[in-house]
Design a protein around this ligand. Structure first.
Ligand code: ZN
Ligand code: ZN
Length: 421
């Protein structure tokens, strides 16, 4: 019997890890710069939390949740996204009483039963931010700008923002009515999901991925025209702010995103490196979510992105990732020299110098071959001749040059060679 990972999951192997670390550390340092703080919520929560938070007529709740009953007969779900759990934690810990604005970020695995495809997995990882407590369009623009800043820091170029407004509780019924009038004529041509959502949540139809349905959406009435004054003013300000920040954007009236909690702003950050389905990050405002889940009325805005997709993009532009900490390969020749080098690598590592030694290789030729394979910057060669003179040979692997130095000076020599103090 052969075991493999479950469908839609993957092992993240060491050779991919540099990308993960790069994305995670770029995120952490930028979030810190914007004064966000990390929060970690459980992997599973009550199913009801997601049904209420994300909405029962979304693909996530209808088809994609990993839901199970535990031994105590509780209905639980592996979290499919991070915002509903954070809203839950925000309420549970009364964060609104401690601070007017809470700026939180998270990083961790999420679970959705989706058809696996390139960069899309059933267990995937998201990084996201939530800014709770500020209703001003500055807050939307700041969150969008943080997202763009982040991918820019990671080394992605060709970034732009796709933006829309889905209205608020006041104008949503008007938007939905206009949408129904438009879609109604073509209802028979739409898929079963769209037909079912037509009456209850017509806005969700715009989130349908079915190309046949999508074809009907062109020529759709501008939903912004049906919005209330406050929503239009809010949207115009957000657009104006991101424009003045120099962020390229386009207004996409069909952008509703697959979560019901959004109000007003919805946005995606696009990368020219991703092709047709080119969103690398998505988010929006969710002013109603906290109160809908039993908390106070607190406005909020946030975004999330999948690490796997970000890794995929970065791999296509791999030149940024060739750089690693230089490695020193220690090559002892003979048993006695091995023993001395065993202690030498310990000393080097304690001095912060990354090094490797292979005790199975005897011959110099095999040792240098191994050093090349590991892309070592230097090889330290220590044979009988050097032992007699109390020296060691430092060979630069790519330049081919070598120098013989006193055994005792090797740590300092390498520190200087690396430009360390
Ligand atoms: Zn409105
Ligand atoms: Zn459809």
């Amino acid at each position: 019997m052969k075991y493999t990972v479950s469908r839609g999951t993957k092992d993240i192997l060491p050779e991919e890890m540099a990308y993960w670390h790069h994305i995670e550390s770029a995120s952490r340092s930028l979030f810190d710069l914007y004064n966000y703080q990390e929060i970690r919520t459980p992997i599973f929560e009550m199913t009801d939390l997601f049904e209420r938070g994300i909405g029962t007529s979304t693909d996530i709740v209808e088809k994609e949740m990993y839901t199970f009953t535990d031994k105590g007969d509780r209905r639980l779900t592996l979290r499919p996204e991070g915002t509903a759990p954070i809203a839950r934690a925000y309420i549970q810990h009364s964060m609104h009483k401690k601070e007017t604005v809470s700026k939180l970020y998270y990083c961790g695995p999420m679970f959705r039963y989706e058809r696996p495809q390139a960069g899309r997995f059933r267990q995937f990882h998201q990084i996201g931010v939530e800014c709770l407590g500020n209703a001003h369009p500055f807050s939307d623009a700041e969150v969008i700008s943080l997202g763009v800043h982040l991918f820019d820091d990671m080394g992605l170029s060709g970034l732009s923002v796709s933006i829309n407004s889905v209205g608020c509780v006041v104008c949503r019924p008007v938007i939905e009515e206009r949408l129904k009038q438009f879609i109604g004529a073509n209802l028979q041509g739409l898929c079963e999901d769209c037909k079912r959502r037509f009456n209850s949540k017509p806005l969700r139809i715009l989130d349908c991925k079915n190309p046949q349905c999508r074809a009907y959406f062109s020529g759709m009435p501008d939903i912004q025209k049906s919005q209330c004054h406050e929503c239009r003013d809010h949207f115009n300000s957000v657009v104006e702010y991101i424009d003045s920040l120099g962020i390229p954007f386009n207004i996409n009236p069909q952008l509703v995103r697959g979560l019901e909690y959004y109000s007003r702003t919805t946005f995606e950050i696009l990368s020219e490196h991703l092709g047709a389905q080119n969103a690398i990050c998505g988010g929006g405002r969710y002013d109603g979510l906290v109160s809908q889940m039993g908390g106070p009325s607190v406005p909020a805005v946030g975004f999330a992105f999948g690490i796997e997709r970000a890794v995929m993009v970065l791999q296509q532009m791999s030149d940024i990732f060739k750089r690693k900490d230089p490695l020193i390969f220690v090559a002892p020749l003979g048993f006695e020299q091995q023993t001395k080098c065993f202690f030498l690598v310990d000393e080097l590592r304690r001095a912060g110098i990354k090094c490797e030694i292979d005790y199975s290789k005897g011959e110099l030729k095999a040792q240098l071959k191994q050093a090349n394979k590991l892309q070592a910057e230097y090889a330290l060669i220590y044979g009988e001749t050097e032992a007699e003179k109390n020296t060691i040979v430092v060979k630069h692997m790519t330049k081919g040059q070598q120098v013989e130095i006193a055994w005792d000076s090797v740590v300092n020599y390498l520190k200087e060679a690396h430009g360390q103090p």
